[in-house]
Design a protein around this ligand. Structure first.
Ligand SMILES: [Zn+2]
Length: 270
C-alpha cells in the first residue's frame, strides 16, 4: 500500500511535469473508484491550469483556480506522466491530458483509491480534523507528550491515529518504536519525555529517509510484484516475526492489539 513516503515521492515526481500546464481534457474510463468520481472532475478541470501539487497526509491535491482535484492512491494506485498516445491498459482508470502533449494517468487495479473534488475555499470532509504532518515542526516531543498525557491506550494506536499525526502507517510505527526502544503496547501516558523525544526523532528520520530513497523515478517504488519497494534490507522488525532481532538476537514476537499485527523485540523494547 502506498504510504506517506510513496505519496510524497509521487508528488515530487509528477510536479515538474504538471505544474503550470493547462488541462486540455479528462477521460474517466469508469464512473467510480472507491467512491463515485464527482462531475466537476470532468466538467471543471479542462481549460484550467495546474497551479500547485500539494500533499496532505496521504492525499495529493492538484490545485486549479476553482478548486482542487484530490487523489488518494488507496491500496494499489499510482500516478504516472506519459505520452498522450500511450495506450491505456486494463486498470488505467483516469487520464488528465495536459497542453504539453502528455497525460497524467491514474492506475488502480484494486480501486480502493479515490478521485474527489474540493471547491476553492472549502475543506473536503476527508481532510478535516487531521493531525499534524509528521515531518512538520508542529509534530514534536512537546506535542506528543501533551497528546499522550493521561492516556492508557497503547502508544502504537496513537501513532496510527490520523487525528493525532497523519501518515504513520503500520510499517513506520513498528520501525520507529523499535528504534526508540519503546514497547508498542506501552500505555502512551506512561512514557517519559526523553523517550517520546527519541520516538519523534525516529519517526521523522525513517520517513525522511524513505522519501529520499524513493525520490529517483516514479516507477522505482513499485516492485514487479506490485508491492511498494520499501527499504526492506533495513527493516528491523516489520515483517520479521519469528526471526532474530538484528540488535540482540532475541526472537521477534508478533502481537495483535486490535487493528493490525505488530512485530517487536521483547528485549530491546519496553
Ligand atoms: Zn532486540
Amino acid at each position: 500500500m502506498p504510504e506517506l513516503p510513496e505519496v510524497e515521492t509521487t508528488r515530487r515526481g509528477i510536479a515538474p511535469h504538471v505544474l503550470g500546464h493547462r488541462i486540455t481534457g479528462v477521460v474517466l474510463r469508469r464512473p467510480d473508484l472507491r467512491w463515485p468520481i464527482p462531475p466537476q472532475i470532468r466538467d471543471d478541470l479542462p481549460g484550467q491550469r495546474i497551479d500547485d501539487v500539494r500533499r496532505r497526509a496521504k492525499y495529493l491535491l492538484l490545485d486549479v483556480q476553482t478548486g482542487s482535484a484530490i487523489v488518494h492512491l488507496g491500496m494499489s494506485g499510482s500516478l504516472r506522466v506519459l505520452a498522450a498516445d500511450a495506450p491505456a491498459k486494463a486498470h488505467d482508470h483516469v487520464d488528465i491530458s495536459l497542453d504539453s502533449g502528455r497525460v497524467l494517468r491514474l492506475t488502480d487495479p484494486r480501486r480502493f483509491g479515490a478521485l474527489l473534488w474540493q471547491p476553492h475555499g472549502e475543506t473536503h470532509g476527508l481532510l478535516r480534523g487531521l493531525g499534524p504532518e509528521p515531518l512538520a515542526d508542529a509534530f514534536d516531543a512537546d506535542y506528543l507528550a501533551a497528546t499522550a498525557r493521561g492516556r492508557a491506550a497503547p502508544i502504537k494506536h496513537l501513532l496510527m491515529d490520523q487525528r493525532i499525526v497523519v501518515g504513520v502507517g503500520n510499517i513506520y510505527a513498528a520501525e520507529a518504536l523499535f528504534r526508540a526502544g519503546i514497547h508498542p503496547a506501552r500505555a502512551a501516558g506512561r512514557i517519559g519525555r526523553a523517550r517520546l523525544e527519541r520516538l519523534v526523532s525516529a519517526i521523522r528520520e525513517i520517513l525522511a529517509y524513505a522519501i529520499r530513497r524513493g525520490g529517483t523515478t516514479l516507477r522505482d517504488f513499485i516492485s514487479p510484484d506490485g508491492e511498494p519497494g520499501y527499504f526492506e534490507q533495513e527493516l528491523f522488525v516489520y515483517g520479521r516475526a519469528g526471526e532474530p532481532c538484528k540488535v540482540c538476537g532475541t526472537v521477534l514476537r508478533a502481537a495483535d492489539w486490535g487493528q493490525r499485527a505488530t512485530v517487536y523485540c521483547p528485549r530491546c523494547q519496553r
